[in-house]
Design a protein around this ligand. Sequence first.
Ligand code: TRP
Length: 341
Amino acid sequence: MADKIAANNEKKQKVLSLIQPSGTPTLGNYLGALKNWKDIAEQYDCAFGVADLHSITVRQEPAKLREQVRNMYALLLAINLDPEKNIIFIQSQVPTHAQLAWILNCYTQFGEMSRMTQFKDKSKTHTDNINVGLFAYPALMAADILLYQANFVPVGADQKQHLEITRDIAERFNGLYGPTFVVPEPLIMETGGKIMSLQEPTKKMSKSDSNPKSFISMLDKPDMVMRKFKSAVTDSDAKVEFKKGKDGVNNLMGIYSCCTGKTYDEITAEFEGKGYGDFKVAVAESVIEELRPVQESFEKIIKERAYLEDCMKNGAEIATKISQRTLDKVMKKIGFYQFKG
Ligand code: TRP
């Protein structure tokens, strides 16, 4: 008995996160989230996924979607997540997600879903396609999380409200049927911060920005990275220091600090008496070095089609097996018909 408890205590807590396959992630996505996944994977029992079911809430071109899912999966391997140690899966290949999402829809109120700010924002920008999936999106995300009994979910500010509704749904279900789901907590990242647009540094860096010079994609080639940093917006006082109002310089300092581990004071000292030209080149070089191993690994993995598909199949199989346990429990509690034999 004591042994069993000891073994249980040693059992790592679980973390789950998914990423949408909508285009190549930016340097902001990398420094703010993906870069941390490797560390998280070492500390926790993790499941990572490509959220392709979520991505069809806006129209996708079929061939492009397929390619983007493959690229995103390869990128997860390229950031050094180990498919032997973590579950890495594609959401649409694990049928329990859509199954539990339907069930959770029936335990979510129209009113609470209507308060989701992402839905409100997206229905303003996609006025021609305000579909029911876009509205019910958080119930699918709740299913993703609750199926794996995740203790923690690394979330950025934009997904916090969705995690809160997930907690509400889990607590409601547990209240009605007894303990069924672990109620997940947000995992707040200390590093990374928020990386801003290189052209309008008061706006978050975004891959859907109409100005490609405003963001660095994780797969941008070194000369492209250099060019984009050289044209980054700064200010006219030519001093590398972190100060209110110097949004462009602050952003570049944040990036440089993330990639080199240097503090703001060290950076200011390093560029004392030098112009922004030198600073921008140094920032670009640090980013190029940061992305180099990921890009090299990606180029290799994306060509190994059979290996990639093996990992996908394996990931889907394990994810299905684990998540099925939760789904079975839920279905039983609700009263869906169970065979006697
Ligand atoms: N909605 C998230 C996003 O757009 C992606 C996502 C889907 C997710 N399911 C999840 C994130 C579960 C964390 C946990 O960024």
